[in-house]
Design a protein around this ligand. Sequence first.
Ligand code: 3PG
Ligand code: MG
Length: 384
Amino acid sequence: MAETGPVPSLEDLDAALGGIDGKRILVRADLNVPLHGGAITDDLRIRAAVPTLRWLTDRGAQVTACSHLGRPMGEPDPALAMAPVRARLAELAPGVEVMENLRFDPGETADDPAFVARLIDGHDGYVNDAFGASHRAHASIVGPPRQLPSAAGRLLAQEVDVLLGCRDRPRRPFVGILGGAKVSDKLGVIGALLGVCDSLVIGGGMCFTFLAAQGHGVGASLLEPDQVDACRDLLDSGASLHLPSDITALGPGGKIGDPAAGGDVRQVGRDVPDGWMGLDIGPGTAAEFADVIAEARQVLWNGPMGVFEDDRFAAGTRTVAEAVADSSGFTVVGGGDSAAAVAQLGLADRIDHISTGGGASLELIEHGDLPGLEALRRGPTITR
Ligand code: 3PG
Ligand code: MG
C-alpha cells in the first residue's frame, strides 16, 4: 500500500490562518453534474459540496468555488457554462461565488503555473473538496496547495475515510461488483480488488472480453481483443471471479435506445451468436449475482450491468441494485452511472455510502492514494 497519512482538515486550516473569519478561501469542488438540455439531471455532487461551503461561510469566510463541468477541451463552450450550477448552488449555499468552468482554459488540465497563479490570486487559503476529481493532477487540484495554506473539505475527507476503510479493513465476505464498458480502464483495479475481495462479480460491456478469454463467442458485443490475454491471466489466477452465464442480447438490425428500430431481444447463454450484441446480463446471471451479494458483509459496486438507459437492457442493473439495497452488509456504490441507476430506482437511501467519485474511487482503491491527497499532505513548497 502507498505511504499515506493524514491530510490537513478544515480545523487545521482555521488554525494556520489564525481564524477563518474574513479570509478569502478558494474551494475546488467537483460540481461536474449531468446536464440535459441545459438542466441539471442529478444534483448529488452539488448537494455534497454544501457542508464544507457552509462551514466556511458560517465562520465568516469569503468563499469562491471552482470546478470543471464536462470535458470542454480548453475552450469556452456555452453548453458547459457554470450558470445552472451557480443557480443551484445559490439556493443551497447562498453567498458563495462560483468561477467559470475551469476547463474552458487549457491551463487547467495542463497544470500550468500561470493558470494556478490566476486561480489563487487574492485568496488566503485553499480547500480541496473535489473527491471526484482528485485523481486528476490538474491545476486546480495540485496547484494551490503548493502555495497556500490548504485543507481537505468534509466530503473529500469522508470519501477517503469510507473507501480506504473498505480497502484496508474490509468486513468479510467482501464482494466487489464491476460493470461498465471497458475492461482496459479497469484492469488495474480488477487486480487490486482481487487482492482484497472475497469474490468479484463482473458484468457490463467488460464481461465480453472475459467471456472471449474463456473461449466463448461474443457475436457483435463490445470486445477489446488486445485485453483478452490479460483477462485470461486474471481467470487463471484462481481468484473468485463470477462471470455471466446468460446474456440479454439484441439481434441484427436492432438499435440501442430505439426499440422502434426493430431487432429481436432474447436471452442467450454464454455464447452470443454472430450478429447479436450482448447488452445486459441475463436473468439467470442476475439471480446468481444477487445470491453472491446476499452473502456479503461488505459490497463495493462500480458500473452498471448493462445499457440500463434502454429499458430492454435495464433488468440486470435493477436486480443487482435491489440486491445491494437489500444487503444487511455495508454497501458502497461509486461512479456516476451506478449512482444514477440507484437514484432512478429510488434505492439511494438504502445504500450506506454513495460515492461522488467514479474514476477517483477506483483509483483510490487501486493505489491507496490520489494526486489531490498527496498535494495536500505535502503542503506549500513555493513561498510567495
Ligand atoms: C467525474 O465525473 O468522474 C469527475 O468529475 C472527473 O471528470 P473527468 O473524468 O472528466 O476528469
Ligand atoms: Mg445495508
